[in-house]
Design a protein around this ligand. Sequence first.
Ligand SMILES: Nc1ncnc2c1ncn2[C@@H]1O[C@H](COP(=O)(O)OP(=O)(O)OP(=O)(O)O)[C@@H](O)[C@H]1O
Length: 280
Amino acid sequence: MFRRLCISFFLPVPKLKSPVSIQNPIIKKHLRFQQPLSLTPRFFVSNITMNHSHGAPANKAELLRSLEASLGHSFDTNPICPSPDPLIIVISGPSGVGKDAVIKKLRESRDSLHFVVTATSRPMRPGEENGKDYFFVTKEEFLTMVERNELLEYALVYGDYKGIPKKQIREYMAQGYDIVLRVDIQGAQTLRKILGDSAVFVFLVAESEMAMVERLIERKTESRDELLVRIATAREEMKHGKNFDYVVVNAEGKLENAVKLVESIIDAEKAKVRQRTAVI
Ligand SMILES: Nc1ncnc2c1ncn2[C@@H]1O[C@H](COP(=O)(O)OP(=O)(O)OP(=O)(O)O)[C@@H](O)[C@H]1O
């Protein structure tokens, strides 16, 4: 019912040239909720004083009341469209494309987003904060969460478990937040199977393989051998781009553009008539 209301709101309403032709099917359709039409519809009869120089009413409030009286009901002040559903945004891409960098900027610019904190069984590194970077749990605690079906998705990454707690997503969605999940490509594939089209999947890429490798080198967090593994993995991962909804190029020195594009994707998704509705 509401969708019909929204759609009809956006339909072009034909300009009525008096006198009204009730033979015109388009006019008939658009006036189907009005009073039965007579050749001289009631709302054409007005005793409101008009400003003759501009054809505008002398008194807006008075004209509103008169229109309401003619239509037989008052105008609705409720929002035409309800608030959009909370959205789940999955951001993924090969290692070193800039997922963390994009998310860091998004965090600064949008406070309507909740960035899910992953649970991990890996030990805390210096400078990391429990509950901010990860939820650090023991392997036993992690496996208990798995048993209790508390994780949306989990994986064993280089000997450590990583998983997405469902409770956190539910709590923030209930408060109206949009949810951002940052996962590797395998994680995105698993989430696609679980969430289908109910979430939006964004594939982040560098402008070229060279740019991506240079970025990884400059980051100085991997050894030469680790770099070789990451590059080989990235080559495989690039083939999965077609399973995503959007691809965003994070070009060298153009981080802001990539962030803006992700923001536009979120805005466009929120304005969709047919919303994605994720149930966790
Ligand atoms: N548009 C850009 N231009 C230049 N440098 C960038 C850009 N985007 C990210 N970087 C830099 O590239 C490096 C890799 O980025 P980041 O750590 O965000 O990648 P990632 O995709 O999260 O990697 P991983 O999956 O391995 O954690 C970082 O040093 C980051 O500051």
